[in-house]
Write a protein that binds this ligand. Structure first.
Ligand SMILES: *[C@@H]1O[C@H](CO)[C@@H](O)[C@H](O)[C@H]1NC(C)=O
Ligand SMILES: *[C@@H]1O[C@H](CO)[C@@H](O)[C@H](O)[C@H]1NC(C)=O
Ligand SMILES: *[C@@H]1O[C@H](CO)[C@@H](O)[C@H](O)[C@H]1NC(C)=O
Ligand SMILES: *[C@@H]1O[C@H](CO)[C@@H](O)[C@H](O)[C@H]1NC(C)=O
Ligand SMILES: *[C@@H]1O[C@H](CO)[C@@H](O)[C@H](O)[C@H]1NC(C)=O
Ligand SMILES: *[C@@H]1O[C@H](CO)[C@@H](O)[C@H](O)[C@H]1NC(C)=O
Ligand SMILES: *[C@@H]1O[C@H](CO)[C@@H](O)[C@H](O)[C@H]1NC(C)=O
Length: 479
């Protein structure tokens, strides 16, 4: 069963466009002519989408550049923290879509064909950013000598970290929120420093009682199915069909509900975030409901319902696992992201497969053998191992220990924190990179534009990030 789960996770069929339950926020996008390959093996160009806000820009002020994430659409720069920072710093806020995502497709809808997708390399992604900045310098008056601060989150923070490390003279500083820079595949299968138990610990120390009740809910589900009472489970969870007494089926149900419950933590935001989770304070709601509930299976049902908003499922079709995964995080453009996992980001938590937190095998990691096989078969690509990623992109823990001007922002409510840099040694150099930890913060929550009702901890973290940037812009020398 393991290979089936892993391949479903990584290779859900994604040519079909993913319907967001709500249209993306409005944005006046523009496009910029970008090279398909910055290294001369294809001299054609494509149109790369960006957004720009210069109303607060003063000549010489910083370029605050948001790197598009693995999403079906580009975040408008005014929907990011950078717009607020631009106002505070006399800067311009821009965002550039990641190549092969959203509308920035070098070969249109044939972009994912093997012969076309080969230009999706981290080297090209980084060079896109350099070319974009060079073009901004010539096209926006007063920007010739502007310092550039890049920011992004999650997979995007892996890129922002690599960009600062590999192109330090272009990218003066970086905000890398929820940066998964550890815990990649290792050639010798050794333990890779990813802390899968991080997530369980976050649950336990948020509410011991709720965590035990959630864990019990899984046990109740397992026991009922194993006792041949699939019908009871079907009714309580609104499943389309009754689950048979079959360990593979139990594993699929575990994965569905474990993912949903884990995502209530990861996406615990102070605001509704369609595409991630349509309800605010999902983790708090999940914990409160678990404590109050007297029906164990109701806890599992509730978790999934939080993702449906006003659009409840007629029934949960557990035989169609890939669709449920998409439903749980529609904003991710999965096929492209799967390719990236194969090509240069061998992320041990993959696109959705966080190690299970509550299910019967809390330490289960995805089967890398099956991922490697799928990468070879689908794209003729062998995933890089951790040591290669670290040395090629200069992001090993040793490199980051001596890095400068990267803010690593880690959130308490985020499984990715189990993969993020835990610390940077103390130094007398104020320009040294810093790690910030924020209690009660969800996955890259600090990067959203400030809004009324935001968590006080997140507000404080944004203010801290702004002061760090002011200090670096004033006191640190160019590389
Ligand atoms: C961002 O700017 C766009 C125009 O580019 C505008 O339509 C939209 O309302 C703005 N969003 C916010 C949050 O201000
Ligand atoms: C790209 O252009 C360069 C310079 O004109 C040329 O040397 C190279 O052969 C071209 N590459 C391809 C693949 O056409
Ligand atoms: C690609 O796009 C074109 C033009 O929009 C469309 O006619 C064609 O059916 C699409 N092909 C696929 C495989 O989706
Ligand atoms: C790593 O584990 C896989 C099975 O998951 C095995 O095929 C491979 O040989 C192992 N590699 C080493 C170096 O032990
Ligand atoms: C259990 O379910 C799996 C997947 O649905 C199926 O392939 C397998 O044959 C089933 N096993 C039994 C014993 O029914
Ligand atoms: C959860 O319960 C606590 C304690 O009763 C309450 O203060 C909090 O507002 C509740 N959270 C939500 C999101 O309803
Ligand atoms: C569940 O999904 C399977 C696989 O996609 C499909 O064949 C089946 O018709 C679906 N069942 C329901 C009730 O939607």
């Amino acid at each position: 069963m393991k290979p089936i789960i892993a391949s479903a996770l990584f290779f859900t069929s994604l040519f079909t466009p993913i319907a967001l339950s709500q249209a993306p926020p409005p944005c006046d996008y523009k496009t910029f002519t970008q090279s398909i390959d910055h290294f001369g093996t294809n001299n054609n160009t494509f149109q790369q989408r960006y957004s720009i806000f210069t109303e607060h820009f003063k000549p010489g002020g910083p370029i605050l550049y948001f790197i598009g994430e693995e999403s079906t659409y580009l975040d408008c720069a005014n929907d990011t923290i950078l717009y607020w920072m631009a106002e505070e710093l006399g800067g311009m806020a821009v965002s550039l879509e990641h190549r092969y995502f959203g509308n920035s497709l070098p070969f249109g809808n044939a972009s994912m064909e093997v012969k076309n997708v080969k230009y999706l390399t981290l080297e090209n992604v980084m060079a896109d950013g350099v070319a974009f900045v060079e073009w901004l310098r010539t096209s926006v008056p007063g920007a010739q000598d502007s310092k550039v601060v890049i920011a992004s989150g999650s997979y995007g923070a892996y890129i922002s970290t690599a960009m600062r490390q590999n192109h330090p003279s272009t990218f003066f500083a970086a905000i890398s929120s929820a940066a998964p820079v550890r815990g990649f595949i290792r050639a010798d299968n050794s333990s890779n420093g990813h802390n899968p138990d991080y997530t369980l610990q976050a649950f336990l120390i948020a509410s011991f009682e709720a965590t035990m009740k959630i864990r019990n809910a899984f046990t109740v589900m397992h026991d009922a199915i194993r006792a041949g009472n699939g019908d009871t489970v079907q009714k309580a969870l609104n499943l389309c069909t009754s689950p048979p007494n079959n360990e593979s089926v139990i594993a699929v149900l575990d994965q569905i509900y474990d993912t949903a419950i884990t995502l209530t933590l990861q996406f615990d935001y102070a605001q509704s975030r369609p595409g991630r989770i349509p309800i605010a304070h999902s983790f708090d709601l999940m914990l409160n409901h678990s404590i109050a509930s007297s029906e164990p299976l109701d806890i599992l049902e509730y978790a999934l319902s939080l993702f449906m908003g006003d659009d409840p499922l007629p029934c949960v079709n557990w035989t169609d696992f890939p669709s449920i995964v998409i439903l749980l995080s529609p904003v991710i453009q999965r096929q492209t992201f799967s390719y990236i996992t194969c090509a240069y980001n061998p992320n041990a938590v993959g696109t959705m497969g966080h190690p299970r937190v509550f299910a019967n095998n809390p330490h289960a990691l995805l089967s890398w053998t099956s991922v490697i096989e799928s990468c070879k078969k689908t794209y003729n690509v062998t995933p890089l191992t951790e040591d290669v990623v670290w040395s090629r992109f200069k992001i090993s823990p040793k490199d980051l220990d001596i890095s400068t001007r990267i803010i690593f922002s880690n959130a308490e409510y985020d499984p990715t924190s189990g993969q993020a840099p835990p610390a940077v040694p103390l130094s007398d150099d104020v320009c040294q990179s810093r790690v910030l930890w924020t209690n009660g913060m969800g996955h890259r929550e600090d990067l959203f534009a400030p809004e009324e009702g935001d968590k006080i901890e997140v507000v404080k973290t944004r203010e801290k990030e702004l002061e760090i940037l002011k200090t670096w812009l004033a006191l640190c020398e160019d590389d």
